[in-house]
Design a protein around this ligand. Structure first.
Ligand SMILES: [Zn+2]
Length: 112
């Protein structure tokens, strides 16, 4: 599939790329796992976050679902699903954007 091949440049990103935790387009595995792909998609919100900055704490709180999902899976308390990985990864990506915008705005205000 052309989309999967076009996204092959993402192969430099460190990711386990486990087939069972990845998303497939027309039978071709996306070159990142579901969670990493969703985090990257969350980064796309960065321009909007510069226009409508959210508090730093919101960015931190948006990390909690992914950390809880990853931690409970790591401890083998439960098995996550790709759907849950996408949702929590997307929240994390947006949250990381909130943190970046908060830090940038803080630095700009501090230096001006
Ligand atoms: Zn990954």
């Amino acid at each position: 599939m052309r989309i999967a091949k076009a996204l092959s440049f993402l192969s430099f990103i460190p990711c386990h790329r486990l087939p069972s935790r990845s998303i497939y387009l027309n039978g071709k595995q996306i070159p990142l796992c579901a969670r990493c792909m969703a985090i990257l998609l969350g980064y796309l919100m960065l321009p909007a976050l510069f226009l409508m900055p959210l508090p730093f704490l919101v960015g931190v709180l948006l990390q909690v679902p992914m950390l809880a999902d990853g931690f409970t899976q790591y401890k083998k308390w439960r098995e996550s699903t790709n759907w849950l990985r996408v949702v929590t990864g997307l929240l994390s990506g947006v949250g990381q954007g909130v943190i970046v915008v908060s830090v940038v705005n803080f630095l700009v205000e501090s230096l001006s």
